[in-house]
Design a protein around this ligand. Structure first.
Ligand code: 4AD
Ligand code: MG
Length: 480
């Protein structure tokens, strides 16, 4: 194929008498004259002006919404509003037809469709303005993440997808097996996994943290960035069964250093997005404003999308202990007026997203890092404090999102970890290697996990996590 000019590039060119060739999909065709062409390289369409008298009727009929076409013509100064340049069409070739009647039955038809409808046609939704903008931003954010860690001398570590352990100890795993109903069983009728593919029970990873810790103990600073899986039956706008997580892990770093890292990292990524996704964020900001117009006043946010990103960038995250947070919540209006679904009355209560959002959105009005949680409500690997009641855990809470990061300083003391695992019924035969790490040059170390989709939600202003990943996996949904 002859090379073509990307529309993003064409739109930045000066008008000239040189011919260019562009390829893309027809977004609109007005008055038998104006083709709005989009090739995915930018949210912006390229206007291609065609003089129908010079083209045969058959070709003209095939220029329909959704069709893939190739246009060759001259880039000239635009006569109309809304664009600096346009293409005067000299040649047009229809590369792939799209039948108008068929298109009408899909989300490609140019009218407003609900996000629910778009999810049902997830194979086509990237051709809408909103999804194009979200997915381009997602890609840039992924790059920004690597950019941050690579610039700060972290090594990218690939933790395994199939594991024999439960990193969070929460039992929310998808099993991996080649067994079927006729596979070997033990005397008690249960499957004999010793004869399964891996010779043991295995599952899809819920987190790469434990393996990342082993690598931090040799490479110093590492991060993972890969898919993780949770079989939790949560049908919320913040949970997926398959999501991407970024997990840095750092040797010789305590909880304070971990909080500094999380804050600096998030700010870098937001700054990158503001600088590199300007057109898409402008579109998404207007989309959100439009959506919010249809909401009651008290549910609208006081800041526009990019303003919110800048606000987070320019302000320090508020660091608060769990104990302080409980006091605030206990004395809060919604708690006293019994407006929370889960009322806070004693220390030790797990925080629900309504509490997290109250702290961030109503009380502090900025991102919050909560730390030193009760040991009982956190995972086994977190370092026990001197009070023996709390652990060096931290959660970063964001407006509109709630928990975006979960992390901790790790328990590096062999005996303390061993006892904790026993107390919490974490099988040592599964995690012997993790425990053993504490026998050979153990050291203070910390890390955290950032849910990539929650970050994409925050940056793009999308309300539902299903709309920031190409093919969402949620309970009851694995189409495509
Ligand atoms: O708080 P979580 O469960 O922490 C861990 O997995 C640790 N091993 C991380 C670490 O210390 N290395 O998950 C971390 C983050 C959450 O804060 C949230 O942003 C995201 O992962 N997350 C989910 N995102 C989408 N869907 C789900 N079901 C998620 N569960 C967690
Ligand atoms: Mg968590």
């Amino acid at each position: 194929m002859q090379p073509h000019t990307e529309i993003a590039t064409a739109l930045t060119k000066e008008p000239s008498l040189h011919e260019i060739t562009v390829r893309g999909w027809v977004r609109a065709f007005r008055s038998n004259r104006f083709i709005a062409l989009n090739d995915g390289s930018t949210i912006k369409n390229l206007q291609c002006v065609i003089d129908f008298e010079n083209f045969d009727e058959h070709t003209m009929k095939r220029i329909t919404v959704g069709a893939a076409i190739e246009v060759t013509g001259v880039l000239v100064e635009s006569q109309g509003h809304g664009q600096a340049v346009e293409v005067e069409v000299k040649e047009v070739t229809v590369l792939g037809d799209a039948d108008t009647e068929d298109v009408k039955k899909t989300i490609l038809s140019p009218k407003r469709h609900t996000f629910e409808k778009l999810r049902e046609q997830a194979h086509l939704r990237v051709r809408t303005n909103t999804f194009g903008a979200v997915m381009r931003t997602r890609s840039k954010l992924a790059f920004a993440i690597h950019d941050y860690f690579q610039k700060n001398n972290f090594y990218y570590m690939h933790s395994p997808i199939i594991t024999g352990s439960d990193a969070e100890g929460a039992g929310e795993m998808f099993k991996v097996t080649t067994f079927n109903e006729n596979s070997p069983k033990k005397e008690d009728g249960t499957f004999n996994y010793e004869e399964d593919f891996f010779g043991k029970e295995t599952n899809l990873t819920v987190s790469g943290q434990l393996e990342a810790e082993t690598y931090a103990m040799g490479l110093g600073k590492v991060y993972t960035f890969g898919p993780t899986f949770r079989a939790e039956n949560s049908n919320t706008s913040r949970h997926l069964a398959e999501f991407w997580m970024i997990e840095p892990e750092v040797a010789f770093c305590d909880l304070d250093g971990n909080m500094d890292l999380a804050e600096d990292f998030i700010k870098h990524v937001l700054k990158y997005a503001l600088e590199h996704c300007a057109d898409d964020l402008e579109f998404l900001e207007n989309r959100l404003l439009d959506e919010e117009k249809r909401k009651p006043q008290n549910e609208r946010s006081d800041m526009a999308l990019r303003e919110k990103l800048k606000f987070v960038l320019e302000n320090n995250f508020k660091r608060v202990t769990y104990t302080e947070a409980i006091e605030i919540l206990r004395n809060s209006k919604p708690n006293k007026k019994k407006k929370f679904n889960y009322l806070i009355d004693e220390w030790g209560a797990d925080l629900q997203s309504e509490h997290e959002r109250y702290l961030v959105e109503k009380h502090f009005k900025c991102p919050v890092i909560l730390f030193d949680y009760p040991a009982k409500i956190k995972a086994f690997y977190m370092r026990l404090n001197e009070d023996e009641k709390t652990v060096r855990a931290m959660d970063v809470l964001f407006p509109g999102i709630g928990e975006i990061v979960g992390g901790s300083q790790r328990e590096e003391r062999y005996d303390v970890l061993k006892k904790k695992m026993e107390d919490m019924d974490i099988p040592e035969e599964e995690l012997w290697w993790y425990l053993e790490l504490r026998k050979f040059g153990t050291c203070v170390h910390s890390g955290f996990g950032l849910g990539f989709e929650r970050l994409v939600q925050f940056v793009t202003g999308m309300g539902n996590i299903r709309d920031v990943i190409p093919y969402p996996r949620t309970p009851g949904n694995a189409e495509f």
